[in-house]
Design a protein around this ligand. Structure first.
Ligand code: PMV
Length: 328
């Protein structure tokens, strides 16, 4: 079996494993998938069963600072984190893929999005970490190589290396050297995302675990790859033609279909809470009244609204507490 270490060693052949400067810092945006990644063909290397497509949240994401130190320490949003905690273990295991044993680091992670609440914080986290390592070790890797390395931390992180629309091509290579993000040039300056926060609590089941259960036990999953292929075509067409109805309806249908595959798993995986369904119902009602408002949902109860700038005021009337994120 190929390991993460095998892949890292190939990409970093002849590159330094010792920091070339005392510290480095980088930011990466979070991203929200319009066509979701759900299911792995290789669990160790985070290789997906399908391609996916996202939009980055521009200023919402993670900043990571790494400083050479005499021992490893980690802080998250200025709070020191015990290194035995699962979050710290995940970060350290990832760092160990890249550094020699003598290199100890102080890791400072600041995120302006809730961690682990289905707002793709691990995506921006691993993307920011690999960008910072690239600086600290002065590897001068390409964005594509960094995307492959970010994917080893968390699949969706490979899309957080770019702003705007990003497609992650699944690839066919066993080692995953052809499975990385690429930027889609088109922009859509009036496209907005609104975050309806239902819970900031960490999710009960990780997306890693939930994906594995879905792929293994859900009979509905067999229909998923074909749907993703169809939805990718539609979303790309919607972006190219700036057809918002097509974009919104495809993204919403794709998210609900992903959740349907999970609900048909054994044990069933349900990320929605009563307020999630209430929010959906409010959206459908507003749409029936003529407001072009759609949503998407990830591995958590929160809802992300999709709408155009012109409708911001109307949307805010219905959801006064939402945070509106402009994407371009
Ligand atoms: O990259 P992960 O393991 O956090 O999985 C992300 C899964 C979804 O957010 C539900 C979908 C996606 O494409 O981002």
């Amino acid at each position: 079996m190929l390991t993460k270490k095998n892949i890292v060693d190939k990409i970093l052949e002849n590159k330094s494993r010792i920091p070339q400067q005392p510290q480095a810092q980088a930011f990466a945006p979070s991203n929200i998938a319009l066509v979701k990644y759900w299911g792995k063909r290789d669990i160790e290397l985070n290789l997906p069963i399908t391609s996916s497509l996202s939009v980055s949240l521009k200023e919402k994401g993670t900043t990571t600072k790494l400083c050479i130190s005499d021992k490893d320490t980690l802080s998250l949003n200025n709070q020191p984190i015990d290194l035995t905690q699962p979050f710290a273990q995940k970060v350290l295991r990832y760092l160990d893929l890249f550094r020699d044993e003598k290199t100890k680091l102080h890791i400072e992670t600041t995120s302006n999005i809730p961690i682990a609440a289905g707002l793709a914080s691990s995506a921006s986290g691993f993307a920011a970490l690999i960008l910072t390592l690239n600086e600290l070790f002065q590897w001068h890797l390409s964005r594509t190589e960094l995307s492959v390395l970010a994917r080893l931390g968390s699949g969706s992180a490979c899309r957080s290396l770019w702003d705007g629309f990003v497609e992650w091509k699944m690839g066919v290579d066993q080692q995953g050297f052809d499975s990385f993000g690429h930027s889609i040039k088109d922009t859509w300056p009036t496209l907005c995302i609104g975050l309806v926060m239902i819970s900031e609590k960490p999710k009960a089941i990780s997306s890693r675990e939930a994906m594995a259960i879905t792929v293994k036990t859900s009979q509905l999953y067999s229909a998923w790859p074909k749907q993703v292929a169809d939805d990718l075509k539609k979303i790309k067409m919607a972006i190219a033609e700036q057809n918002f109805t097509l974009l919104g309806s495809t993204a919403e249908h794709n998210a609900l279909s992903m959740h349907a595959t999970m609900m048909a798993s054994q044990p069933a995986i349900v990320y929605s809470q009563p307020e999630t369904l209430q929010t959906m119902s409010t959206i459908w009602h507003a749409r029936a009244q003529g407001l072009p408002l759609y949503f998407t949902q990830d591995a958590g109860p929160n809802v992300k609204l999709l709408f155009l700038e012109n409708d911001s005021q109307q949307v805010q009337k219905i959801f006064p507490d939402i945070e509106i994120i402009s994407l371009f």
